[in-house]
Design a protein around this ligand. Sequence first.
Ligand SMILES: *Cc1c(COP(=O)(O)O)cnc(C)c1O
Length: 411
Amino acid sequence: MARINDNYLKLQAGYLFPEIGRRVNEFTSANPSAQVIRLGIGDVTKPLVPAVLKAFHEGVDDLAKRESFHGYGPEQGYDWLCEVIIDKSYRPLGVDLKASEMFISDGSKCDSANILDIFDLGNKVAIGDPVYPVYNDTNVMVGRSGQVNDQGYYEGLVYMPCTEENGFMPQFPVEKVDIIYLCCPNNPTGTVATKDQLKNWVDYAIANDAVILFDAAYEAFITEPGIPHSIYEIEGAKQCAIEFRSFSKTAGFTGVRCGLTIVPEELLGTTAGGEKYSFNKLWNRRQSTKFNGVSYPVQKAAAAVYSDDGWAQVKQIIDYYMENARIIREGLTAAGIECFGGINAPYIWLKTPEGMSSWDFFDKLLGECHVVGTPGSGFGPSGEGYFRLSAFGDRKNVETAVNRIQEKWGK
Ligand SMILES: *Cc1c(COP(=O)(O)O)cnc(C)c1O
C-alpha cells in the first residue's frame, strides 16, 4: 500500500475558522433574531470595478472568435501584463524590473507555498508569530519541521515573536537562518515596516546569505507617504529577496485569482557543490513544468486594473475599506480599547480589554455585541490576548458594530 506523506499528520487540525463557524452557528441557532455582523474573515466584499469587468468580458469575447482565440499562454504570464505592472506599479517607486523577473500566477497563497520547491530542505526558516498560517503549514508539509510542542511551535522552525514591545516587527533571529518570511503590511497585525526597518532586514539577509520571502499582498492599502510598497525600493534587495503580490485584496480578485512573484536575476543561491546558481532559472523551470498559466481573460482583467479608469475605480474601493479601518480604529480607541494597525493595512489588531484571552473576547463580542472577529491566538502563540477585526465589510455594518462595542465598553 502506498505510504502517505506523514508530515501532514504533524499539522494541527484546521482549527481556527471551523471553530469560529461552529461558535457562530451555535449562537445564531440560540438567538435567531440577532443581527450578527461578521468582521472576521479576510475576504473582500465589493464587486469588481467596471473597467476591470469590461476588460474581463472582452477577454472572454476574444476567445469566441477564431482570429482572437487564445490557447495556452506563456506559463510566466503575458508580456503585456508584466510590462504594464512594471510600468505603472514598480517604475513610479524607482524600481526597475525586467519582464523575465516577473511571474504571473493564480495567487500569492499558492506562490508563497510553491516557492519552497526551489529551496533545499536543509535551509533554516524563520517566520513571524503571529503569522499568516500558510508560511508555517507549508514548511511542515514539506518536512522541514518536527512535531508541534505544547506552546504551539514546531520543532525545527524558527519563530520571531511580534509583540507590543517590538512594535509587532519581527526581530533578527538569534540562530542563523537561510529563509525569512516578512509580510508587510502585515496580516494579522496590520503593522508595516519603515524604510529603515526594511533596510536593516535587507542588510541582515545579505550579511547572512539569507533569502527574504516578502509578501506584499496588502501594499495597495498603504496610506502613509514614505512607507515602502516594494522591498526592491531598498538598495541591495534584488540580491536577497523574492516578492509576492496579489490582485486579490487590491482589486477584489479573491474569486478571480491572479497574483505575481518577482524573482530577480541577481538573486543567487548555492548548489550542493558550493557554486552559485540563479533562483530565477529554477522558478522559471518550476513554473514551466508544474503550472500552465493564468487564463487569458483574467490577465486582461488584471491589466485593466492599471488603466486610468481602472486604477481610479480600484483606488476608490481601497479608500472605502481604509475609511472602515479608520472608523473601527478610532471608534474602539475612544471606547478605551487599545488598537494597532488599520492605517496602512485593512486589519485592526486590538488588545483584548481586561486582559481577556482571545477566545474569551471572541465569545463576549459575539454574545453581547453580535460581532464576529478572529482570535489572535489562532495566528500563533504571541497572538494570545489580541484580536483581529477586518475592514473589508459594509460601511453600515462597520458603524453598527463600532456603536455596539462602544455601548458595551465605552466609558
Ligand atoms: C490574502 C492574502 C494573500 C493573497 O492570497 P491570494 O492567493 O493571492 O488570494 C497573500 N498573503 C496574505 C498574507 C494574505 O492575507
